[in-house]
Design a protein around this ligand. Structure first.
Ligand code: NAX
Ligand code: K
Length: 502
């Protein structure tokens, strides 16, 4: 699914108006009626609905929602926040049709103290062009400080939030639900706005499909339809050689569990054969807990330079996953350098392997093209430096993926996957229950398994990120976000794979 900028959304509205064709006011009515329907499906008509409207088209939506709910016997109060002298035509038209008397607000102390019902925020939408400050910021603080039990529903965008750039410094409404139109907005996907958008509800408003199809954007959402199209069912005449041989280089004394989780996830993702390369202390643990994996050990407790010779001697590995629990010992760093100099196929690089690379940045140039890097935000910062906000971090992510011809998956609620062509995909699965030790090791295993069996890097990373999150969602559903552990994600992979065929 495409993510459009504020300018593109405006163009989509205009294209729909011109080509459906439909009048602007009728398109607004359609948007408002989608919101009113959602509200009536979720809140009883005994609730008073307090609707705060600005004077742009977002406010126009609010006025139309007020009328539609009033017609459905809701008790409705409308407050017009005088954000500007100018009102848009569609706002004015809807004000004329409003069956009740609105109350005007020019100062923060004029916000009524609301003790029951629900609040609808239709003050500012995608037309926001500067940070919210002054008395309007005071109005927002009043609304945000209403009692916890009063849900705040923002229409299209929480007022005060920019959708294409950072608005960290802007005062913003903190919504429990954001009822947004048709497409995700970039700002919804970045952690700086997590507390502002609450739960995102996308409501279709019939924007012209032709426009959505032909408009290009560097930002996309990875959804179920996309991964179903990427998934390849297994061939009926397959043997274990058909699905590749992966090498997983992982573990150090005290962190063999990371290697075990990664190995199990790799096997459960369909790899044909798996060899693990571990420090000697991990031998019994791996052979006992993952008997399906072959095991080669390094005589030391940290992995050393020896692992490069191993790859040199045995060229049969279709891919290598390296990093989980590896440690950053100097001999391991040397081994990684030798490995990168020799191994030229796409590989998966995670955790301590990334930390080693950030200590020796010259290694970045040695990473085989189309490899997949999976940093969390701190690892990303260590690798590529700090940025002043998350939109800048996203630009840096794209820039580095292009520069080094890599797929870089920046972990988070909506993991951002930047590709060598500069396109970014945001994963839509996963939950906070996955913020637990070992989840990343599981992801590395899945990605290594998919790459080894012949998926192209792009497909492997999109499919892998999606099924990792989806298995985490299935685990949380069954066990709760609190009680689930990383190993549970592996246990639910099968359930997700079963749902993939079209
Ligand atoms: N036909 C359309 O164009 C449709 C538009 N829709 C709605 O229209 C919205 C966009 O409408 P508009 O472009 O009128 O924009 P807004 O309704 O977001 O408001 C823009 C107004 O707010 C002012 N403003 C911007 N930043 C401010 C700040 N920091 N402090 C005070 N005032 C500020 C601007 O000067 C302008 O007067 C969407 O979010 C959506 O809700 C929907 O009705 C769908 C159809
Ligand atoms: K709003």
């Amino acid at each position: 699914m495409k993510i459009l900028s504020a300018q593109q959304i405006k163009a989509a509205d205009a294209y729909t108006i011109a080509n459906e064709p439909i009048s602007s006011i009728d398109l607004m009515e359609r948007a408002a009626s989608a919101c009113a329907q959602w509200i009536s499906a979720h809140f009883s008509s005994s609730e008073t609905v307090h609707i705060f409207c600005g004077k742009g088209n977002n406010g126009g939506d609010g006025l139309a929602i007020a009328r539609l709910l009033w017609e459905q016997d809701y008790k409705v109060q409308v407050y017009i926040v005088e954000v500007s002298l100018h009102a848009t035509d569609d706002f004015t038209a809807n004000l004329e049709k409003l069956p009740i008397q609105p109350q005007y607000i020019h100062a923060s102390h004029e916000v009524p103290s609301i003790t029951t019902g629900i609040v609808v925020d239709a003050i500012l939408g995608t037309g926001l062009n500067r940070p919210v400050e002054g008395w309007l910021a005071g109005v927002f603080h009043h609304i945000n400080n209403l009692q916890q039990q009063i849900p705040i529903l923002s229409i299209d965008v929480p007022s005060g939030m920019m959708i294409d750039s950072s608005s960290e410094k802007s005062t913003c409404i903190h919504a429990r639900y954001t009822l947004s139109f048709e497409v995700y907005k970039l700002g919804f996907l970045l952690p700086e706005n997590a507390e502002r958008v609450g739960e995102i509800v996308l409501l279709p408003i019939g924007l012209h499909p032709e426009f959505l199809q032909r408009e290009s954007t560097p930002y996309h959402i990875v959804d179920a339809a996309m991964v179903r199209a990427l998934y390849q069912p297994r061939k009926s005449f397959a043997h274990k050689g058909t699905y590749g041989h992966a090498l997983l280089i992982a573990g150090s004394y005290g962190k063999i569990g990371a290697a075990v989780l990664s190995a199990k996830a790799c096997l459960r993702s369909g790899v044909g054969l798996l060899t693990t390369y571990l420090p000697s202390c991990g031998y019994n643990i791996m052979q006992t807990s993952v008997p399906e994996a072959m095991c080669i050990t390094d005589p030391r407790n940290e992995l050393s330079m020896q692992f490069y010779t191993l790859v040199q001697e045995k060229q049969q590995y279709n891919t290598i996953g390296i990093g989980p629990g590896l440690g950053t010992d100097v001999s391991t760093a040397k081994g990684l350098e030798k490995l990168l100099l020799q191994y030229k196929q796409a590989m998966v690089i995670d955790a301590d392997a990334l930390n080693i690379i950030s200590q020796y940045p010259r290694l970045l140039d040695q990473i085989p093209a189309n490899s997949i890097l999976t940093p969390h935000p701190k690892e990303f910062e260590r690798l590529f430096g700090a940025t002043s906000n998350q939109f800048e971090r996203l630009s840096l992510l794209r820039e580095k993926a292009v520069q080094y011809k890599l797929y870089i998956l920046l972990k988070g609620k909506f993991s951002a996957i930047a590709c060598p062509d500069g396109v970014v995909y945001f994963n839509s699965t996963g939950n906070p229950g996955m913020a637990t030790g070992g989840s990343g090791d599981v992801l590395t295993g899945i990605l290594t398994g998919l790459l080894a069996q012949g998926y192209q890097s792009k497909v492997a990373v999109l499919l892998g990120a999606y099924i990792h999150g989806a298995a985490g969602d299935a685990a949380a559903e069954q066990l709760s976000q609190e009680a689930m552990v990383a190993g549970d994600i592996i246990d639910f992979l099968g359930e997700i794979f079963k749902k993939l065929p079209n």
